[in-house]
Design a protein around this ligand. Sequence first.
Ligand code: DX5
Ligand code: ZN
Length: 227
Amino acid sequence: MSMTALRSITGPLTKPLVAPSILSADFAALGDECQAVVDAGADLLHLDVMDGHFVPNLTMGPALCASLRERLPDTLLDVHLMVTNPLGCVDSFAGAGADHITFHVEADDDPETVINAIHSAGMTAGIAINPPTDWTALEPWLHSVQLALVMSVNPGFSGQSFIEDVLVKTAAIREQLNDDQRLQMDGGVNLKTAGACREAGCDLLVAASAIFGAAEYGSVICSLRGS
Ligand code: DX5
Ligand code: ZN
């Protein structure tokens, strides 16, 4: 059973956080699946929101987030927006009980407005970068966000292979962040790749297939954390 309820992504950490991405859960049993990973020690839940335009897949929206908030009132809900119009999603996810929103630097030419909107709605903000994008695209916004997300697959689907090249820019981004800011890796994170992510400075690991594809969630979550 998880002993600490975490509702804020910021602040110094003593150990890396693990966030199951519910994209690989059994959607027909989603509430029970989410409860099970939280009980097994997950620090937060990662919701992959895709619009069929920014990425070639359609997934979930604010109604699902609201249902999870009702079922798991103490669990941090981390919304990863893979959408063309992130600004248009901010208020609806805030109203649905999200604690944190990350959007893509590739999706919006005015990140400052999106970050301000997320903060004004009472949430922490993150900015994400796709594998082909140079990390300097994030640089102007790193001082304004609570989290930077490095995508280690091209977003759209769970179960893809980890792109090792992103580890170099991950370390460069870590150098720009302070101890209160999270550095998140997402895509192909599993028992083989998690160690390299942590060594590159990641303190928040997202995993979908590695966790929901396992027979026993708790030991995978511990191993991803490095403990
Ligand atoms: C990818 C999503 C990820 C994905 C990870 O587009 O943003 O969160 O669900 O899936 P795995 O861990 O299976 O690579
Ligand atoms: Zn994600």
